[in-house]
Write a protein that binds this ligand. Structure first.
Ligand SMILES: [Zn+2]
Length: 209
């Protein structure tokens, strides 16, 4: 298989931009370390890179990406917890002030959860998606009569709320939220309409930001 030359050319352009004499960004990021104010939990989906979608520079965002942007509940049973470890680092070491759970339209993970079409023999995806099972149940109860597209959208948004609830099961997140030093946000990137929506706890709706 040949090298992905498009990516190497891309790095050359990136290097030209950020590693010239008069660009100090990376010099500062190396000398001072990273000090992102915001952590984003986003999906692995190739279309929803948070730094691109939110037009951020290197150093702006601490990003966790996993299938369907899910946050598992706090637990420690001696397994490997990549998402929880990254949360711990971002909150306890970097002291981020905001955590955004960034869901999106047409999410393949949520599709698999709703349609049960995870490939036979998959070792990890269906168990991982089990985190969002309460979202699936809620949607099949409350959106039973709506069409597929509306059910999927509802489930994508409900799964964000499940993740927000799960964030609060980590004691060091709950403490900071209660002290007012950390804010949690549920955002939804509609890749079809080109809109960014945020969850409004007062109206219990996702509204255009
Ligand atoms: Zn997704």
């Amino acid at each position: 298989m040949s090298l992905p030359t498009q990516l190497i050319e891309g790095f050359a352009r990136f290097r030209e931009k950020h590693f010239t004499k008069d660009d100090v960004l990376f010099r500062e990021l190396v000398e001072q370390g990273q000090t992102p104010r915001t952590m984003v939990v986003a999906c692995c989906d190739a279309r929803v890179d948070p730094a691109l979608v939110l037009d951020c520079a290197p150093g702006d965002l601490f990003v966790i990406r996993n299938v369907a942007n899910l946050v598992p509940p706090a637990e420690n049973q001696g397994h490997y917890h990549g998402t929880s470890a990254a949360l711990e680092f971002g909150v306890r070491k970097l002291n981020v002030g905001h955590i955004i759970v960034l869901g999106h339209a047409h999410c393949g993970g949520i599709h698999a959860l709703l349609e049960g079409d995870v490939q036979k023999g998959d070792a990890f995806i269906s168990e991982w998606m089990g985190i969002a099972d309460t979202a699936r149940e809620r949607v099949s109860r409350e959106f039973a009569d709506t069409d597929n597209a509306a059910r999927h959208r509802a489930c994508e948004q409900q799964a964000i709320l499940v993740s927000l609830d799960n964030l609060m099961t980590f004691s060091w997140i709950r403490e900071r939220v209660e002290q007012g030093t950390l804010a949690l946000h549920g955002w939804y990137f509609d890749i079809e309409r080109g809109e960014l929506l945020g969850y409004n706890a007062a109206t219990r709706q996702f509204e255009v930001l």
